[in-house]
Design a protein. Structure first.
Length: 511
């Protein structure tokens, strides 16, 4: 039984030492070198704690990340030291960085970049080059063994900071056991090729990247870090995937949508892709169909789950045709995980088809909570409302769902996306599904101005087409669900994780 993700790295290094483990646009590292460098970094961190007269164990170490293999190597080194890593993007506003550092109080900040403008008076900032060094490799194997003896599978592996509703970032703490369980479920459930090459799209401070990193380590594969600019100029994207032999992608919906919006497959076709997974937002069926027509033999998977349940708790393998006005199912829970619906009014269990309730999740997949934030942790990780005879925490997702005719679970929007408008309860997600089915719309999202009681549709298209949208929605939605205001974007605002920046739109256009 695996209790530490480093066991996968060590097994891969023994099995295939010369195989590429991680690669970016300019560099690559094989499993043997990755193992050596990670151990060296781990030893130097251990030595640094000793110099302070301390023993660092399960302490946070921040990593200033870039889209490079150095970031990934630093992650592994931190784990060897017996501590956990926290990816940090130093291009974020300084105020947000300070909020994260104040919450985290890391013992070190490691820098994967050639340079950074970030400085801190109270925390040592050490470069990748300084940690790896050029001296002869001499790991302190005894120090590493002592660290490993203390390890439990419930020790934290990483913390990822997500946006908080109050503007204060929340650090989701995830342990080794949860990641091990996730990866084992993925390997058992999906059709990974025998020699998987993952095309990493997600930022390394976004939990989607966790699946690339650790599925690859477990399967002995390769992670190819795709340059960020190729998602801005997608004409280079597919040739890059072909050149690097990428056959698995686990991408945000927005990344797949870029390919379909630009009709990239008219000029370049993927040569190796056999497994395509997506998550983060609702996938418009028209975009899915574009990909499926191009790659009819590939396996497509709709993944569901927030960061707090270790990436994903539910999945749906696309096994039938969908109309463009239909929604894709969330599907079913992974083995060793349960998703269930709770009535938001009565607190009772929902089993009836069509009835909406909040999605709750239980199982090993649950994160440990929010770092240094007991109040938010208690609000989200709660006692299972279906039993009271022993302690059992479950996670309240804040998502609404319902069971369809095939007993598949469907996502019905966020609790805070449900509004009362003109005497009707309306799911903004239902309007978005209808809008995103329109072939002349790239992407659309709805926000609600409570003060003015207006549904606002923000949409991206080749040109402004308000009247055309109104006319088309008449075929799908009752009039009380039509947006009251239309805002056209040549490029709709996105946050750094590739999702529509709803908070920014609401701030800009509501109130």
């Amino acid at each position: 039984m695996n209790i530490n993700i480093l066991e996968w790295l060590e097994a891969a290094a023994e099995r295939s030492p010369s195989q590429t483990a991680f690669a970016d646009l300019d560099k690559q590292i094989d499993y043997c070198s990755l193992l050596q460098q990670a151990k060296r970094i781990g030893c130097k961190i251990i030595a640094r704690s000793g110099q302070r007269g301390e023993v660092w164990h399960n302490r946070p170490i921040a990593v200033l990340i870039d889209r490079n293999i150095e970031s990934l190597i630093l992650f592994m080194g931190i784990v060897y030291s017996g501590n956990f890593y926290v990816p940090l993007d130093d291009t974020m506003p300084r105020k947000r960085i300070d909020l994260i550092l104040d919450t985290l109080e890391p013992v070190l900040i490691l820098n994967s970049k050639s340079e950074t403008s970030l400085s801190s008076e109270n925390i040592d900032l050490i470069s990748y080059a300084e940690l790896v060094g050029t001296e002869e490799m001499r790991e302190e194997e005894e120090a590493l063994r002592e660290v490993r003896k203390r390890h439990l599978d419930t020790d934290p592996l990483y913390t990822i900071f997500t946006s908080g509703s109050t503007g204060v970032p929340k650090g989701v703490v995830v342990n080794h056991r949860s990641v091990i369980d996730l990866v084992m479920q993925f390997a058992d459930t999906f059709a990974f090729p025998s020699a998987p090459v993952f095309g990493n799209q997600a930022p390394l401070d976004f939990d989607v990247s966790t699946k690339d990193i650790y599925c690859s380590l477990y399967l002995g594969g390769t992670v190819q870090v795709v340059p960020k600019q190729y998602f801005v100029l997608p004409v280079k994207l597919i040739p890059y995937l072909n050149e690097r032999g990428v056959n698995v992608i686990i991408w945000a919906v927005s990344a797949l949508r870029i390919v379909s919006n630009f009709k990239v497959f008219e000029n370049f076709m993927p040569e190796s892709l056999s497994l395509i997974m997506f998550s983060g937002e609702v996938m418009p069926v028209k975009d899915l169909n574009y990909w499926r027509r191009a790659l009819p033999d590939a396996q497509f998977v709709n993944l569901y789950g927030p960061t707090e349940i270790t990436c994903n708790c539910g999945y749906y393998i696309i096994d039938r045709e969908f109309e463009e006005t239909e929604a894709l199912p969330v599907g079913q829970a992974f083995h060793n995980t349960e998703m269930f619906l709770i009535d938001t009014q009565t607190g009772g269990l929902i089993t009836r088809k069509g009835q909406k309730g909040e999605i709750y999740v239980r199982g090993t997949c649950l994160a440990m909570g929010y770092y240094n934030n007991p109040e938010k942790t208690r609000a989200a990780f709660v006692q299972n409302p279906l039993q009271s005879v022993y302690p059992e925490l479950v996670y309240r997702t804040g998502d609404l769902g319902f069971y369809g005719e095939r007993d598949e679970l469907y996502f019905a929007g966020r609790k805070d996306y449900q509004i009362k408008h003109m005497g009707h309860r309306i799911e903004l997600g239902e309007i978005e599904t209808a809008v995103n089915a329109l072939d002349f719309i790239d992407v659309g999202c709805c926000i609600y101005d409570e003060g003015k009681e207006k549904i606002i549709l923000c949409y991206q298209a080749k040109e402004a087409c308000d009247r055309r949208i109104v006319k088309a929605l008449g075929d799908f939605l009752p009039k009380f669900m039509w947006p009251n205001q239309y805002i056209f974007f040549e490029k709709i605002p996105m946050n750094k994780n590739g999702k529509i920046d709803r908070a920014l739109l609401k701030k800009e256009y509501c109130g």
